[in-house]
Design a protein around this ligand. Sequence first.
Ligand code: PLP
Length: 413
Amino acid sequence: MRADRLESLVTFHPFTRLNKLLEGIAPGGGNTPLLLQLGEPQFAPPAFVAEEIAKAAAGWSKYPPTAGNEAFRNAVKAWLERRYHLPATMLNPDKEILPVSGTREALFQIALSAVAAGEPRGKTKVLMGNPFYHSYAGAAAVAGGEPAFLPADRNSNFLPDISRITAAALDQAALVYLCSPANPQGAVAPLDYLKQWLELARKHDFVLAADECYAEIYPDAPPPGALEAARELGGAVDHLLVFHSLSKRSSAPGLRSGFIAGDAKLIARQAQLVNYGGVAMPLPILAAATRLWQDEAHVAENRARYRRSFEIAQEILGPIFGEVRPQGGFFLWLDVGDGERTAVELWKQAAVKVLPGGYMARAEADGKNPGARYIRVAVILEPDEMAAALRRMAPVLEGLVHGKSAKAAAGGR
Ligand SMILES: Cc1ncc(COP(=O)(O)O)c(C=O)c1O
């Protein structure tokens, strides 16, 4: 049983699968390869990051405290209050905010503790939308939980469809992962929808893990967050953890820096996991992170960059796909008919690497993988570089989607 669980980590790891798919295929078209398969923004974080790290260099000789420090927790609390219009009395920074060394680690660990806590009461299910960020299913498998994949397709605006979940499944749930803006589809959960989930978490006693790492990347209005849902429901944060990261907001995935906020009992539990087998945030990183959460200028600049890139994407890909701009986040989620074949052809003909959508989803009851028709393209280059990449991709996509040869689709150029 355990071996199967570990095996599933290899079988379903999206990037391992992609490497295998493209193994032995030369990137073609005489082009320099462009890597758009990974959500790794290629923009420089603000210069003050390096300055703060240098200033706090004495911290390299210390084991950092799991809870971080007061300056960090207060910066996060102030940011959450500004971003989500929370009253100052809502969050206790000492008990309800914890730094995490990247949210991937924390999202993984929450399954370990939630399933362990739920098991004696028969609560071992870990629910997630389908498609989903791969870490959720890996965590469920390693935790000994039972992953359950909720349809999240066009019919439910690409959000997990609450109407299709039984009360029995919710009673057996230890944990529900909810991602908004969603990776990969870019769907934004409305406030009422978030409230519904939080009410369900309380009624059926499961942990609601709201993964909001794309919360700062949006075209117009800021996406609502689960802490706003908690505020609307009276201000308590029991059963809820929100996950925020500097990887996307500040284009600093190498910093490995984020935080979780919410239920004090769950925060304490998570801190214990870090004490045993996790990574507390190094003090120089904590100093840089504190400054980043206090600064909005670089985030606004990033947003403008994404807005420009998505306008370009719309100009270039609109004639093939119609509307391609997501509600939030930085992925294009394109219905190409056959995601694997398209990923191979884009690599072979245009030297552009993208992720087949099926690698982020599992087959549902009807045996169909809801991601199989799609590719996910990470819009993570500067707008002019992104324009060049998309122009390279368009004729190949046109050919595959509308059955034209790439040469004809490019106007014979
Ligand atoms: C949906 C989602 N959640 C969490 C993460 C992890 O981010 P990090 O560990 O860099 O904070 C990612 C990274 O791609 C993601 O796409």
